[in-house]
Every structure is written in C-alpha cells, then in structure tokens.
Ligand binder design. Structure first.
Ligand SMILES: [Zn+2]
Ligand SMILES: [Zn+2]
Length: 210
C-alpha cells in the first residue's frame, strides 16, 4: 500500500492518495484543489483511479469532485447522509456561498462498516457524525483518515448546519479513541504543528478532548 499526503486549496485541506502497490489501483480522499496536478501525479505513478472518496460533504473537501471525475472517470463515494444533505439544493447553495464548486451526486454511497477496495487495499468506513451528519473516517492497516472530525491537536467545528456536539463527542470517544493507540491519524486539514499523529498522542495531548 502507498499513502501520499498532499496539501491542496486555500484552506489547507489534506488530500490523500491511497494505492495498491501490486495492482496500481488507487483512490483519492478529498482531492479538493489542483486537480490537474493530482491527475498528472496519477499518470506519473501509473495509477488507475477508481474512487474519489469524501470524508464528508463540505465544499472545501468536495470542490474537486467534478473536475477529478471528468479527468479520470473515477466514481464519487460519500456517506449516504452527506450525499442527501449536500446534493439537495440547499446543500449546493451552501457550497456556492462558501465559494466552492458543488459536487455532482455520489455514484456510490456508503455506511458504517462498508469496505472500499482498491486492489489488495480495503478501507473500512467508520461513520463519525457530529461535524456533519454523514462524516466518515477511513481505517486501513493501522492508519485512520479522520477528515474534519479529528485534527492534530484539534477537532472539527460543531456549529455548522447539520452538526451536533453530542454526536461528535460520541464519535470521537466510541469510534476513534477505541482504536489501538499506535493507529496513525491522517487529518483533513493542516492545522497542527505536525502533519500526522497517533490516536495515543491525541488521547494524551489534544486540549479539546480532556
Ligand atoms: Zn467540514
Ligand atoms: Zn474541512
């Protein structure tokens, strides 16, 4: 398996390229900016992009979906709840109001426990509502991609439409902090003083989660 962390857009979003080294099948998590460059990266590596997976439906994570799909033919994958919310006319309006290109509807929707497979690599969907209704984290081989749920030394906002602080804390405590402490945390934004951490590190030091 290969994991590449790439910073995109003007909101310091971390996009991730996850690929199977054997079959060269790949997926992008939140390819939200510089899509042409990201597509060139795929070509250079000889990767075949199967999926564009969104950690959640907010525009800063989905604004690249349309052009990345046009460039690669990959399928857009999102949790069923965020697909409903953010592909409604209100949801599309919210993306535009934030200055982002709305996403086309998801080609595939997922829910808690589903697997997203590229070659020998299987990412398990963990539904972590709170920042948005259909927020997900993705777990693979001791790595967890946490979107806007957990940052290095920080947490996602719970004051946006569709957010819930109660659900959010439950997601962190019951879904993320129950993972092995050595699990590597790959956040959805570059907000920390380092680009990744571990579940153990966040449990011990995250000031928002004492
Ligand atoms: Zn968000
Ligand atoms: Zn975000």
């Amino acid at each position: 398996m290969e994991i590449e962390q790439i910073k995109v857009g003007f909101m310091d979003v971390f996009c991730y390229l996850v690929a199977c080294s054997r079959t060269k099948e790949a997926l992008f998590i939140d390819p939200a900016g510089d899509e042409e460059k990201l597509a060139d990266r795929l070509k250079k590596k000889g990767f075949d992009l199967k999926y564009i997976v969104n950690t959640h439906g907010h525009g800063d994570h989905t604004c690249g979906n349309k052009s990345m799909k046009a460039l690669t033919g990959a399928k857009i994958v999102m949790h069923e709840l965020d697909d409903q919310v953010f592909n409604s006319s209100e949801g599309q309006e919210m993306s535009r109001a934030w200055g982002f290109e709305p996403s086309p509807p998801a080609d595939l929707t997922v829910k808690d426990g589903d697997l997203i497979v590229v070659g020998d690599v299987s990412l398990k969907v963990i539904h972590t509502p709170g920042h948005s209704p259909g927020g997900i984290c993705l777990l693979v081989d001791g790595n967890v991609f946490t979107g806007d749920t957990l940052f290095v030394g920080g947490i996602g906002r719970t004051d946006l439409p569709g957010a819930s602080e109660r659900q959010f804390m439950k997601s962190i405590k019951e879904k993320l902090f129950t993972l092995p402490e050595t699990t590597i945390v790959w956040p959805g934004h570059d907000y920390g003083d380092k680009p990744k951490s571990t579940i153990g590190w966040e449990k011990a030091t995250n000031p928002w989660l004492e």
